[in-house]
Design a protein around this ligand. Structure first.
Ligand code: GLC
Ligand code: CA
Length: 539
């Protein structure tokens, strides 16, 4: 597909990303909350794992009612994390190690404590009056699907919220304002134009300080109303065109979960996660996923029961790959700060190795959520912290070593941001780094293996060789310049076998490079077999 945007920055091709949740990563000053100097002290760890791209969750001034996704000042690092200078040092120290950094941009809403919003809620018109979406009477709520709050401010109007009630939606306008609702403004009205310009200023501010791009929170949430898709395409297209020109090495990563929309709109990358389709949850998180989709299959594909469907994932993934081919990459995360439970919940190391074998040989850019590389299962059942609710269980402190405080902080564990996993058998990074048979060693090895084989990189070719519900294994091919590899995964606790066409080898000799299993030529077919809970990679 052709596009009007500049080609993808070359560095993306072999990127492997790591998500750092700053409050839970490493505490340097003993207050029990992770911070930037702490994260800097762990950059060597990230590098040693082999990741070269970090997504840092919001670290800006905030009342932290949604863990920082309620921004009070886009230009100021939150005191609990350090200073703006610490963040610049984080960029510099990361760059010195060949690691790039994406900040988390929350353009759709602010905190209700943001001075722009406070000004906007005043009776007297002022420069911020139209920066948020207000109707014209506290007695009439805007129509669903808009959600709104009445009686909050002096202004005689309801404001539209984007997520929780304290996250008022910034006004990017309505694609087709309803003439009977004169408070709905078009996207080129002065308010929406000023908001758009301000967001670009925020991006410029941090790009100038050295960040390498942004993960964009709720990227499809900005323009409101029917027909918003075309308007969103224009908005992000404009941002991308500006970035292509001014910061050609920087990238935009969407939290949109619909790559066929986001990438043609201008994003370099989009996550395929739990919004818009059941593809991701069907792969990794059923049945206790994040409330997504029809529960057609009782289990996820990566489940020992073997009852999951690979087609539920592939139907969405293959279409998205076709539409985005050459324009951008689809990112499959091991998890993130929103997806509960954690990947390791109810999975053994062997199960997790099969999952990582897939994630690290799939096209696009793999994202590893901190702690998933050591199989942290999380702490289910915790009371909600900072608007986490069910997500709280997946946000507990990184477990660095086997000591009482897990090397996270010197504070009294009672003061920790969230409790550690129960002592005893909780996994930790130091032990696993020292153990060649650990999950972390496996993940590290697979990342290195990916980088050694161009066919496995973000832009390597992908073809499904065998993917049928009720018939494992799932087999696919990756390729680059005429060289190809066959990858097969069997998450079930019984052996799996499939007969492929001999063409699948494409001139390769069928050498097993990683994992287990057999590939036996048989006349003009190939018989591929895998033991229970295993994978194989052949060239
Ligand atoms: C995104 C974030 C999530 C946050 C929400 C509102 O989905 O990832 O953590 O609560 O947006 O900003
Ligand atoms: Ca701290």
């Amino acid at each position: 597909m052709s596009s009007s945007f500049a080609p993808l920055p070359a560095w993306l091709r072999d990127a492997v990303a790591y998500e750092i949740y700053p409050q839970s990563f490493c505490d340097s000053n003993g207050d029990g909350i992770g911070d930037l100097p702490g994260a800097i002290s762990k950059l060597d760890y990230v590098k040693e794992l082999g990741a070269d791209l970090i997504w840092l969750n919001p670290c800006f001034d905030s009342p932290f009612r949604d863990a920082g996704y309620d921004v009070r000042d886009y230009y100021q690092v939150a005191e609990r994390y350090g200073t703006n200078e610490d963040l610049v040092r984080f960029f510099e120290e990361a760059h010195a190690r060949g690691i790039r950094v994406l900040l988390d941009l929350v353009p759709g809403h602010t905190s209700d404590e943001h001075p722009w919003f406070k000004a906007s809620g005043q009776h007297e018109p002022n420069p911020y009056t139209d920066w948020f979406i207000w109707n014209d009477s506290v007695w009439a709520y805007p129509e669903p699907p808009l959600r709104s709050i009445a009686g909050h401010a002096e202004r005689d109007a309801c404001y539209v919220t984007n997520f929780f009630h304290f996250q008022p939606a910034l006004n990017f306008g309505f694609a087709h304002p309803d003439p009977s609702q004169p408070w709905q403004q078009p996207i080129d009205a002065p308010g929406p134009k000023a908001v758009r310009a301000e967001m670009r200023k925020v991006m410029e501010f941090w790009l100038e300080k050295g960040c390498d791009g942004f993960r964009v929170d709720m990227a499809d949430s900005l323009v409101k109303g029917l027909g918003k898709e075309a308007a969103m395409r224009d908005l992000w297209g404009e941002m991308r065109t500006w970035m292509d020109e001014a910061y050609p090495e920087a990238v935009l990563l969407a939290e949109w979960s619909d790559p066929k929309s986001s990438i043609p709109s201008g994003f370099h990358l989009d996550f395929l996660i739990h919004f818009h389709s059941s593809a991701y949850t069907s792969l990794l998180r059923k049945p206790d996923g994040f409330g997504m989709g029809a529960n057609k299959y009782a289990a996820s594909f990566f489940d020992r029961s073997g009852r999951g469907s690979i087609r539920e994932f592939l139907d969405v993934y293959e279409e998205a790959m076709e539409i985005t081919n050459g324009l951008g990459y689809i990112c499959l995360p091991s998890g993130n700060h929103d997806i509960a439970p954690r990947l390791a919940h109810n999975r053994t190391q062997a199960d997790l190795e099969v999952v990582f074998a897939f994630l690290l040989t799939a096209p696009g850019i793999p994202f590893i959520y901190y702690g998933d590389e050591i199989g942290m299962p999380g702490v289910p059942g915790l009371p909600s912290k900072e608007g986490g609710y069910v997500r709280t269980q997946i946000r507990t402190p990184m477990q660095w070593d086997g000591s009482e405080k897990a090397g996270f902080s010197t504070a009294d564990p009672e003061q920790f941001y969230l409790p550690l996993e129960p002592a005893g058998d909780r996994p930790n990074a130091a032990d696993q780094q020292a153990d060649p048979a650990s999950l972390r060693s496996f993940v590290k090895e697979m990342i290195a293996f990916r980088r050694e084989h161009p066919a496995l990189l973000a832009d390597g070719g992908y073809t499904t060789l065998h993917a049928a519900d009720n018939h494992l294994p799932f087999v696919y091919q990756r390729s680059h310049e005429g060289k190809s590899m066959i990858i097969a995964v069997n998450p079930a606790d019984r052996p799996a076998e499939v007969t492929l066409s001999a063409d699948a080898l494409q001139g390769n000799n069928g050498t097993l490079l990683k994992g287990r299993g057999k590939l036996k030529p048989n006349a003009d077919t190939l018989v591929l077999s895998l033991p229970p809970v295993s994978f194989g990679i052949w060239s």
